[in-house]
Design a binder for this molecule. Sequence first.
Ligand SMILES: [Zn+2]
Length: 279
Amino acid sequence: MNLAKLLVLVILLMSACIGEEKEEKNVVVVTIYPLYEITKEIAGDRLEVVSVMPPNADMHTFEPDPKTLAYIEKAKAVVFTGTLSETWEKRIYKRAKNLNKKIINASEGVKIIEGDPHFWISIKNAIIIVENIKNRLKEIDPENAEYYEKNAENFIKKLKELDIEYKNALNTCSKKIIIVTHPAYTYLAEEYGFEQIPIYEVHEVEPSPKRIKEIIEKAKKEKIKFILYEKGFDKKIAETLAREINAELLEVNPIISGNYIETMKRNLEAFKVAMECSQ
Ligand SMILES: [Zn+2]
């Protein structure tokens, strides 16, 4: 090998090494899937964001995978609900604390409604969550502060548009009531003025026959034609109920898969059908 060739080789090797170093990003672990989706919107390509909860899991019965848990050791920060309504999340919280990891509380400043831990299924709350996560990401990675600020700004703009879409559409409905699998839409119901009847309570294994009877009576009285069953849940009870009241099933997703805005838009389509909205 002559000197020129050797030099080229050395340069190539050096640039390969530099390239590799550039790829090494700070790791941010997020406990639940919906917060992972929101964190990714802000982090963009500057951080490695890892979700403990995989898509389509039921967060109320879920058990974390030891492989994902190992990421907590590598993490620069861990994003939590702050409400810690699931025991598995509480365990992760303790572990992160013991390892002296930076804790990011997604629900700081959010008004939590008792009986419904799904505070992220509220566009107004999503905006608060974005602010909380963005502020902390800027602290752990000040070099990219401007980038996170810009991403958060863009995302909040989209969320505000989505809120207007919800408001306009849900203002035109002839029904103001939905039947859902479990109470994940209390925040939306409060914000846009409708009633939510859950078949299950959040940590309930099976609804009581008395409860089923009440739902059937209410559904008949209100002439409800649709039942919103949720992704990640057993469909059986919703199907039985639907047969009983001669209703159809529609799917909604409590943000356990897919992109936040797109999923919320699809949910709105289901709400519009169920509540017979004209817009
Ligand atoms: Zn849930």
